[in-house]
Design a protein around this ligand. Structure first.
Ligand code: HEC
Length: 506
C-alpha cells in the first residue's frame, strides 16, 4: 500500500528526489530554507558540566549559591586560560566581554531588585548607566584611577566589607586585575552597547568566555590542550596505556589501532560532521577545539574510562559514549574488533543469533563512534527531545554501516511498536513517558528520522530539527513551521510509513 504524504506539500517547493540525508541537506538546500526560526546561537547551550569538575575548583567557593558557581567558572576560565594581562588585539579591555560577565556572575544578584546590595548598599549594578552613577551619595568609579575607585577597593578588600559580600567569596586575582585595568583604561562602555541595557542582556556566559579564550589561542596551543586532556583521560582508564595520537581537521584520535583504521575513522567522522552541521544549521554547537576520539580495545579499559571520566557504570550493551558542549569534548568507544587490523564489517549472513545470546548486535567502529558523536552533538546544540538526538545519531550511524544488523533490529522494534498501535506507542516515545523504554524511544526516533530524510520530507527536515532544539515541548510548533502539519497527521503519516517500509523486513 503506497503512503500518501499528508503533509510536506509546501507550495512551490521542488523536491530534489535525492534519497538520504547526505544529499538532502546539501548547502544550497540549507540556504534556501527559511531561517527566521533559527534559535539564538548560544541561548540554549547547556553550561559545560565537566568544566566545573575537571579542573580543580576553589574549594572554598564550593559552598556558594548557584549564582556564584557561574562566577567561579568565569574566574576559573580566566585563571586557567588567560595570561594575566591578556588584552584583546588593539589593546584595552571590553566592558561587555571582560568586566560585565564578572559583575553578572558575582554582584548583580545582590545589587539589584530586592537584594541587600541594593537595599542596604544603595548600589544598583543592573545597567552600565547605574554602575557609573554609583550610590545615591557618591560614585564608585573614578575613571583612570583604580586606587581611588570604591568598586576596585571593595573587590580587593582594601575597603570593607569586601565584595562580593559573604564568607570566602573573593574574586580571583585575575578577575580583580581585569576590573582594575578596565577602570585605569577609562572605565568606558564598548561602542554599540546601550548603557541602559541590563548587563545580563549582553554579558557573556562562562561558556562563551571559555570559547572566546579558546578562539584567541593559536591552533597549536588549542591542540596541545586537547592532547593533554586526552592523555590524562586515557591514563585514568588505564595508566599503562600510551595511545598513539592522530589529529584530523575537527577531531583528534587517541588509540592503539592500525594506522589505516584510524585514518578511515577520522575521515568518516569528518564527513558525518559536515552533514550533521548542515542539518543543525546555526544551532550546531561548534566545539572550537578538536573533539577527542578515544578508542579502547579492551572492555575493562573502556569500563574504567566511563567510571572515572563520566562517574558512572557502563550500561550492558553500551560500546560508545560522547560528551559534547563541555571543555574538551570527546567521543569514546570500545573497538568491536578488539584492535585488530580489520573492521568486522557486519558481513551478510552473520547474524546476532550465531554469536550467542549475550553478544550485542554487530557493529563497526566508525558506526559506533558516529552514532554517539551525532547524538552528543545534537544534544549539546539545544534542548532536543531524546528521540531526536538518539534517532539522528542512529540514522547517521546507519549511513556509515548500512549492513549492520543493529539497524535491522531498530526497524524491527519500530515495526513492533507500529503493530501494537503506533499512535499510542509513538506518543509515549515522543513524550518520553514511562510506557516507552529507551529502546522504544531510540527505535521510534530512528524510524521518524529515516522517514524525514527521504526525498519526500527532506526539505523541511533542518527546519524541523531546529524547531525541536528549542525544547521538548516544541513538537507541534516545529511540525507546523516545517511541514505545516498537525501532530495527528504526523502520527498517521509516520505510522503508515513504518508499516509499509519496515513491514517487508520481517
Ligand atoms: C551578598 C550580597 C552582595 C554581593 C554578592 C555583593 N555585594 Fe556589594 N554590597 C552589598 C552590601 C550589603 C553592601 C553595603 C555594605 C556596606 O558598605 O555596609 C555592598 C556595598 C558595595 C559597595 C560599596 C558602595 C558604596 O557605598 O561605596 C560596592 C562598590 C559594592 N558593593 C560592589 C560590589 C561588587 C563589585 C560586587 C561583586 C564583585 C558585589 N558588590 C557583590 C552586598 C553585596
Amino acid at each position: 500500500m503506497p503512503t500518501t504524504p499528508l503533509f510536506c506539500r509546501l507550495p512551490g517547493l521542488v523536491f530534489l528526489g535525492l534519497a538520504g540525508l547526505a544529499l538532502a541537506i546539501a548547502p544550497s538546500g540549507a540556504a534556501a530554507m527559511p531561517r527566521q526560526d533559527a534559535p539564538a546561537q548560544d541561548a540554549a547551550k547547556p553550561a559545560a558540566p565537566e568544566a566545573k569538575s575537571s579542573t580543580p575548583a576553589k574549594k572554598k567557593a564550593q559552598r556558594a549559591k548557584p549564582a556564584r558557581k557561574k562566577g567561579r567558572a568565569v574566574e576559573k576560565n580566566a585563571e586557567s586560560d588567560t595570561p594575566p594581562a591578556a588584552a584583546p588585539a588593539g589593546g584595552g579591555l571590553k566592558f561587555s566581554q571582560d568586566v560585565a560577565p564578572i559583575l553578572v556572575a558575582n554582584c548583580v544578584g545582590c545589587h539589584s531588585g530586592n537584594g541587600v546590595g541594593l537595599r542596604r548598599g544603595k548600589l544598583d549594578l543592573t545597567t552600565f548607566e547605574k554602575l557609573q552613577k554609583g550610590t545615591a551619595s557618591h560614585k564608585i568609579i573614578q575613571p583612570g584611577k583604580a586606587d581611588e575607585s570604591h568598586l576596585v577597593l571593595r573587590v580587593k578588600g582594601e575597603e570593607t566589607p569586601r565584595m562580593p559580600q559573604g564568607a570566602n567569596r573573593e574574586l580571583s586575582d585575575e578577575a580583580i586585575g581585569r576590573i582594575a585595568q578596565w577602570v585605569n583604561e577609562g572605565a568606558r562602555l564598548d561602542s554599540g552597547v546601550d548603557p541602559k541595557a541590563t548587563l545580563e542582556s549582553y554579558a557573556s556566559s562562562p561558556e562563551q568566555v571559555r570559547r572566546r579564550q579558546l578562539a584567541k589561542m593559536s591552533p597549536k596551543e588549542r591542540d596541545d590542550k586537547v592532547e593533554a586532556a586526552g592523555r590524562a583521560r586515557y591514563k585514568q582508564a588505564n595508566p599503562k596505556l600510551t595511545p598513539t595520537i592522530v589529529p584530523g581537521d575537527h577531531f583528534m584520535a587517541f588509540s592503539n589501532l592500525p594506522d589505516d583504521r584510524v585514518k578511515n575513522l577520522l575521515k568518516t567522522l569528518e564527513t558525518q560532521y559536515g552533514q550533521l552541521h548542515r542539518v543543525l544549521g546555526s544551532s550546531a554547537v561548534d566545539p572550537v577545539e578538536k573533539v577527542g576520539v578515544y578508542i579502547f580495545t579492551t572492555k575493562s579499559d573502556f569500563v574504567e574510562f566511563v567510571r572515572t571520566v563520566e562517574s558512572r557504570d557502563l550500561g550492558p550493551d553500551e560500546a560508545s559514549t560522547a560528551r559534547m558542549g563541555i571543555e574538551h569534548p570527546y567521543v569514546a568507544a570500545l573497538d568491536p574488533s578488539g584492535g585488530r587490523k580489520e573492521e568486522p564489517a557486519a558481513k551478510k549472513g552473520r547474524s546476532k543469533s550465531k554469536r550467542g545470546e549475550d553478544s550485542g548486535p554487530e557493529r563497526t567502529l566508525p558506526g559506533l563512534v558516529v552514532e554517539s558523536f551525532g547524538a552528543g552533538l545534537v544534544e549539546a546544540s539545544g534542548k532536543p527531545p531524546r528521540w531526536l538526538s538518539k534517532g539522528l545519531g542512529a540514522y547517521l550511524g546507519s549511513r556509515v554501516e548500512p549492513r549492520s544488523p543493529y539497524y535491522r533490529q531498530l526497524r524491527q522494534t519500530a515495526f513492533t511498536n507500529q503493530e501494537q498501535g503506533w499512535r499510542t506507542k509513538a506518543q509515549a516515545a515522543l513524550g518520553e513517558t514511562d510506557q516507552a523504554t529507551v529502546d522504544d524511544i531510540q527505535a521510534v526516533g530512528f524510524a521518524i528520522v529515516e522517514m524525514l530524510a527521504t526525498a519526500e520530507y527532506q526539505r523541511g527536515f533542518s527546519r524541523f530539527v531546529n524547531g525541536l532544539l528549542k525544547g521538548p515541548d516544541k513538537l507541534d510548533d516545529a511540525l507546523s513551521s516545517a511541514y505545516q502539519a498537525t501532530r495527528d497527521a504526523f502520527l498517521e503519516q509516520t505510522g503508515n510509513w513504518v508499516a509499509t517500509s519496515y513491514g517487508r523486513i520481517r
